[in-house]
Ligand binder design. Structure first.
Ligand code: NAP
Length: 241
């Protein structure tokens, strides 16, 4: 079994996920770089290794049961356990955002990646996380998933988001349920809000850098044993659900 701490980051070939991998790698972690496209994953691993990170490629499409099972086998062969799982992979949809204009197929597609994908990957990796002395799960959420912020007067979350924002609300809700189930196991599970970050997801309209967006997830992946669980954070602290 590997002595180095090992993390798996989904959707780590670019954007915020890449910077989470880089940050954990700089802190001395071995990092599994999850990517649904093998070529993009290999390129990211090469760049991370060139920067001194002990990275390895994990072909991983979060919407595919077989791919997720194969990824768990690969991590097991590589390290025998998993210390941190960062469920970062996510998609948005550029189409109309008004709920009245939503196509059911769009909602299903976003749910499949942003919610069911997280559940699928988490459940496949839990046996490996249970073998860690300090297991952590981080789900990449968003301020727009917070119903408290969505309904607070005067808070600007960028307008109506009929499909994407509710997927993050569902992700928040299911994280609370995981935290209840995993209480007392040592597994800490929390959600991160990266901020409004310039990536492909928003056509690079975000105002923060991917490295800034990675900071909260990195902090939650490296929490001490007495750290929080079942909460939502940004770089300023706790965010109301
Ligand atoms: P991004 O640059 O578009 O990166 C998204 C990553 O997810 C890519 O690596 C993408 O892979 C991967 N991905 C998508 N579908 C996948 C699937 N089925 N299986 C595996 N990987 C998949 O976007 P980002 O901004 O870094 O987003 C990362 C996370 O942060 C997402 O969960 C997003 O919702 C969240 N977030 C972002 C912002 C923001 O302002 N950017 C704000 C709040 C929350 P490909 O390269 O193959 O497409």
């Amino acid at each position: 079994m590997s002595e180095k701490t090992i993390a798996l980051v989904t959707g780590a070939n670019k954007g915020i996920g890449y910077e989470i991998a880089a940050g954990l790698g700089a802190a001395g972690w071995t990092v599994g770089v999850g990517a649904r496209d093998e070529r993009r994953g290999a390129e990211a691993v090469a760049r991370l290794r060139a920067g001194g990170v002990d990275a390895f490629a994990v072909p991983l499409d979060v919407t595919d049961d077989g791919s997720v099972r194969a990824a768990a086998r690969l991590v097991e062969e590589r390290a025998g356990r998993l210390d941190a799982l960062v469920n970062n992979a996510g998609i948005a949809d550029p189409g109309p955002q008004e709920p009245s204009a939503l196509e059911p197929a769009t909602v299903r597609r976003l749910l499949e990646t942003n919610v069911i994908g997280v559940i699928r990957v988490t459940n496949a990796m839990l046996p490996l996380l249970r073998r860690s002395a300090h297991p952590r799960i981080v789900n990449q959420s968003s301020h727009v998933g917070s119903l408290a912020l969505q309904t607070a007067p005067g808070v600007d979350l960028g307008g109506i988001s009929g499909a994407y924002a509710p997927t993050k609300t569902y992700l928040n809700a299911v994280t609370v349920q995981y935290a209840k189930e995993l209480a007392g196991t040592g597994i800490l599970i929390n959600n991160a809000c990266p901020g409004y970050i310039a990536t492909d997801l928003n056509g690079f309209t975000g105002t923060g850098t991917p490295a800034q967006g990675a900071a909260t997830a990195i902090r939650l992946a490296t929490l001490p044993d007495d750290g929080p669980t079942g909460q939502l954070f940004d770089d300023g602290g706790v965010v109301p659900w």
